[in-house]
Design a protein around this ligand. Structure first.
Ligand SMILES: Nc1ncnc2c1ncn2[C@@H]1O[C@H](COP(=O)(O)OP(=O)(O)O)[C@@H](O)[C@H]1O
Ligand SMILES: [Mg+2]
Length: 78
């Protein structure tokens, strides 16, 4: 994999890319991988949206955000 500050930042824009990490089994590093992959790509200069739909909020906590201060969606559509 290229270094975060290198090839990812210089690559031609190919459009948005959606990456999902899926496993029915818990504790298999889905969240850990998602958070670190998002951080890696962001460090490489990409605009990254990390969506945390898990009620445990672990990805949100990993980013240092306080879930108590976030505004919940009133009518989530997904
Ligand atoms: N490569 C790794 N080495 C050691 N522990 C890990 C590794 N990846 C994840 N973990 C730990 O395993 C546990 C479960 O990881 P997590 O990403 O929350 O799993 P999931 O989202 O699939 O339920 C966490 O405590 C996490 O810190
Ligand atoms: Mg998880």
């Amino acid at each position: 994999m290229p270094h975060a500050s290198g090839a990812w930042a210089r690559r031609p824009f190919l459009g948005p890319m959606i990456t999902s990490l899926i496993s029915m089994k818990g504790g298999t590093a889905k969240t850990t991988t998602a958070v670190n992959l998002a951080a890696y790509l962001a460090l490489g200069g990409l605009n990254v949206l990390l969506v945390d739909l898990d009620p445990q909020n672990f990805a949100t906590l990993c980013l240092g955000l306080d879930v108590q201060t976030l505004i919940p969606l009133q009518n989530p559509r997904f």
